[in-house]
Design a protein around this ligand. Structure first.
Ligand SMILES: [Zn+2]
Length: 448
């Protein structure tokens, strides 16, 4: 149902309850929730280069499954609205989400903590911004087409947030947790049976008429059933699962939140039959949690900040580079990018700003959303850290700048431990402080 954003209706829905209540954000009374959901097609009209696999040799050759951006707005009476935005893309960049968040604040008044972007990490979407530029050898025309797409995407992200806010209506929220088994740790070189997280967190949003308005669900596994030989736009297993849930529950919008699965792959993988099987298995896991679920009875408390993750020093960087076993052409492109960075900024960045965002839905569950490709150790570490809470750990949130290894994975090395920094155009591996720095920021936000 199309809905034109009407400023008066919007102010009535959003600002009204806000003005009536003041800024109280820690009210323990059971809130009356409002929710609104919207979706927009973000499949490129053109044949753009596809993100994620450096081995591809041609741009997209058509559409196998359309890509979407979706927004789910929540608001407890007397509290500000918050909006979750999910996209069927490899990742968004800080530049894109910062600009979109500024526009969202200007148009709709949302603070940065109240908007959360998550990307499904499909490797069958277009390259956006300049993400992973070292991995691709593209003409200036191809980069210009990606820039044009990225600008249009930014506007669509802002618009879909407005559409969701304009539809805020009374609703109930319920949290549940299922299981799906197709993720397998891929660092077999280091740990033959490495850690995984099979949890499928689920948030159901139901209207007062009993109709299911939205289903948000997550899984901690690379969205890479389809591989480099597949060159059509497709949302991979997460796209199939969303489409399956929307077909099974007409009128519902399904939103996928990528978890901390940077070192986990779907198993087995490589064909359209398998992507269908994994997507269906995930949709089944979501549906299996019905009708169980804990009702969300406390208002949402949000926090957001970036934490600087330092890179190793120059001497350690030189040793790291000398030991890399990576095709010469990527090392050359990386070196050229570092030279351009030094010429522009007078040096290499000492650290990577990493977004951390915590959304506490009272005592029912807490969404901890980290930027980057976050390894599965973090899902387990966060669960251990808060044994008395239901933790929904998300990666790929707000900025996908590179891999985020745990201390264990950093010390082991390999692709997720450091090598992938080359493709992401980062100067070198993180220091051993990476895990504790992120945990310290999470603890700070949990205590606010
Ligand atoms: Zn990845």
């Amino acid at each position: 149902m199309p809905f034109e954003l009407n400023r008066r209706a919007f102010l009535g829905a959003v600002a009204g309850p806000l003005l009536a209540s003041g800024a109280c954000r820690s009210n323990s009374e059971t809130p009356t929730w409002h929710a609104g959901v919207a979706a927009v097609d973000i499949t490129p009209e053109d044949s753009l280069w596809m993100a994620g696999f450096a081995a591809r040799t041609v741009p997209a050759q058509g559409v196998a499954l359309p890509l979407h951006a979706k927004a789910l707005a929540f608001q407890a009476a007397g509290h500000p609205a918050a909006v979750l935005v999910t996209v069927d893309l490899l990742g968004l960049t800080a530049r894109l989400t910062d600009r979109a968040a500024i526009a969202v604040k200007r148009r709709y008044g949302l603070s940065r903590a109240d908007i959360l972007f998550n990307a499904s990490h499909t490797h069958c979407g277009p390259v956006v911004d300049e993400q992973l530029s070292v991995a691709y050898d593209l003409s200036p025309e191809a980069w210009a087409a990606i820039r044009a797409y990225s600008a249009g995407l930014e506007e669509k992200l802002v618009t879909v947030v407005g559409d969701a806010l304009a539809r805020l209506a009374p609703a109930t929220l319920a949290y549940a947790q299922g299981q799906a088994g197709f993720g397998r740790n891929r660092r077999v070189r280091f740990t033959p049976e490495g850690p995984v997280s099979h949890e499928v967190p689920v948030l159901r949003v139901t209207g007062t008429d009993g109709a299911l308005l939205a289903i948000v669900f997550g899984y901690a596994c690379h969205n890479t059933t389809l591989q480099d030989k597949f060159v059509q736009y497709h949302g991979d297993y997460a796209g199939v699962a969303q489409a399956a849930l929307e077909e099974r529950h007409p009128g519902t919008t399904a939103l996928f939140v990528a978890g901390c699965g940077a070192d986990v792959n779907p198993h087995p993988r490589g064909t359209l039959e398998l992507v269908q099987a994994h997507g269906t298995a995930l949709a089944d896991a979501v549906d299996a949690t019905q009708p169980a679920g804990a009702s969300v009875e406390s208002a949402l408390h949000t926090a957001y900040a970036t934490v600087d993750l330092p890179f190793v020093d120059d001497a350690a960087r030189q040793r790291w580079k000398a030991g890399l076993d990576i095709d010469e052409k990527y090392l050359r492109r990386h070196a050229a990018l570092m030279e351009r960075t030094i010429a522009r900024d007078g040096g290499l960045p000492p650290a990577q700003p990493a977004p951390v965002q915590v959304w506490r839905f009272g005592s029912t569950f807490t969404l901890i959303a980290l930027g980057g490709e976050v390894v599965v150790d973090y899902a387990h570490r966060l669960a251990r850290e808060y044994p008395d809470r239901q933790i929904w750990a998300a990666g790929y949130s707000n900025d996908v700048f590179g891999y985020v290894p745990s201390l264990r994975v950093l010390r082991e090395g390999g692709y997720e431990g450091g090598d992938a920094m080359i493709y992401y155009g980062l100067p070198g591996p993180f220091t051993e402080g990476v895990e504790e720095l992120l945990l310290t920021e999470v603890r700070r936000q949990m205590a606010v």
